[in-house]
Design a protein around this ligand. Structure first.
Ligand code: ZN
Length: 164
């Protein structure tokens, strides 16, 4: 890339996990008191996984599954904030700073609105940025398809990063 063009880069992330009874429900590092959670090898924090992939993609790195394989016992049940910290560290090592992250949860349940500020605090702490650099929004799938039937939760994320 030419030296006089600012090295601003964008990345996108997507993730989806199915609901499972008796599993923890962790979204953006916040644990919800629900009898069901999300199934997965780690804590299945779908929002944090999408954010990790957006950051990795923006840096031109491989996806989250490459760095934290879901058949590696090391990551079984792991708090995904630890994965986000690793991703933020990888970016920092490559001289990237994070401009902002915007993310969207697509879920019929649980009720998310009251926990968004707390999610932003967790994500900001893990990514080593300020809460006003993070957007977290939630919507339903209007009862359409698997997400609409409340079979799981999906998340989308976009990240803007700059090389310094
Ligand atoms: Zn995931």
């Amino acid at each position: 890339m030419s030296n006089n063009i600012p090295n601003i880069r964008v990345g996108q992330g997507y993730d989806i996990h199915p609901f499972k009874d008796g599993r923890p429900m962790v979204l953006g590092g916040v644990t919800f008191e629900t009898p069901y959670g999300l199934d997965g090898h780690s804590d299945a924090d779908v929002l944090t996984h999408a954010i990790c992939d957006a950051l990795l993609g923006a840096a031109g790195l491989a996806d989250i599954g490459h760095f934290f394989p879901n058949d590696d016992p090391k990551y079984k049940g792991i708090n995904s904030q630890e994965l986000l910290k690793e991703v933020a560290k990888s970016l920092k090592e490559r001289s990237f700073i994070i401009g902002n992250i915007d993310a969207m949860l697509i879920a019929e349940k649980p009720k998310i609105a009251g926990s968004i500020d707390q999610m932003k605090s967790h994500i900001a702490a893990s990514a080593n940025i300020e809460t006003d650099q993070i957007g977290v929004k939630a919507t339903t799938n209007e009862k359409l398809g698997s997400l609409g039937r409340a079979e799981g939760i999906a998340a989308l994320a976009t990240a803007l990063i700059m090389k310094i």
